[in-house]
Design a protein around this ligand. Sequence first.
Ligand SMILES: Cc1cc2nc3c(=O)[nH]c(=O)nc-3n(C[C@H](O)[C@H](O)[C@H](O)COP(=O)(O)O)c2cc1C
Length: 238
Amino acid sequence: MKNRFLSITVSAALALAFVACGNNGSTNKEAEENNNLSSPEKMELQDINNRTQLGAKLFVTPQPALMIGTYDENGNPDVMMAAWGGQCDMNQVCFRLSPHRTTTNLRATKEFTLSFATQRDVAQSDYFGIVSANDVPDKIARAGFTVTKSANINAPIINEYPLTLECKVVEIMERGDDGCFVIGEIVNTIADPAILTDGNIDLDKLQPIVFDMATLSYRSVGGIVGKAWGSGKVFVEE
Ligand SMILES: Cc1cc2nc3c(=O)[nH]c(=O)nc-3n(C[C@H](O)[C@H](O)[C@H](O)COP(=O)(O)O)c2cc1C
C-alpha cells in the first residue's frame, strides 16, 4: 500500500515536473492560454495578493544533478545526467527516463550507480547530459573520466565523483512513450573521505550542484539556515 502510494505520488510529481519549461515571465494572459492548452478545465486566474499566475508551467526547483552510471550488455560503461528525480523513500531513489542508452542499459541490467555532480565537474557532468553513448560510445573517457566496476552490482563507479550510491532497480513503470519511471533501492554508499566530517556527508565539502529549470543553469548549494524538525519548534505549544 505504502509503495503504491509512493508510486502514484512520485509519478504525479515527476510528470508535473517533466512538462515544465523555463519561462519565469509569463503574463496572466499567457498563463490563461497555457492553461487552455494543457488543462481540460480552464483555471480561474484569481488575483491573490498581486501574485503572477504562471498557469500549468509548474516546476519544482531546484532539481538535483544526478549522474546515472550503467553498463550495456557488452560491459561498456555509460553515465548520464538526470534532474527529474530524487529520493523517494529512506532507502529508495526514483527518476524519469526518456529513451536513452542508459534506459536500454537499465532495462537489461536492472542495476546502476547514482553519483552527484559537483562544482568541480560541471563541464564533464553537463557533457554527460548532452551526449549519448549511442553516438559517442567512449563519452566517459572523452571527458577524461574513468570507471571501476562495482563489487556489489553490475554497474560502473565513476571514479572522479566523490559520492556514489550503488542501486538495484525495484520497479520500472513504462510510460508508453519508450520512457519510464524507475525506482531503485540503495544497497551501498561509497564516499571519498575528503567529503566527510565525522563520518557524515558534508555538503560544504561535497559542493554539489543543483539544476535551475528557470534559467537552465547549475547553481551551488548555500549554507545552513535552519534546523530540520527544529526551527519550527518556536511555534509548538508546550
Ligand atoms: C540538466 C539536464 C538534466 C537532464 N535530466 C534528464 C532526466 O531527468 N531524464 C532524462 O531522461 N534525461 C535527462 N537529461 C538528458 C540526458 O542526460 C541525455 O539525453 C544524455 O545524453 C543521455 O545519455 P545516454 O544516451 O548515454 O544514456 C538531462 C540533461 C541535462 C543537461
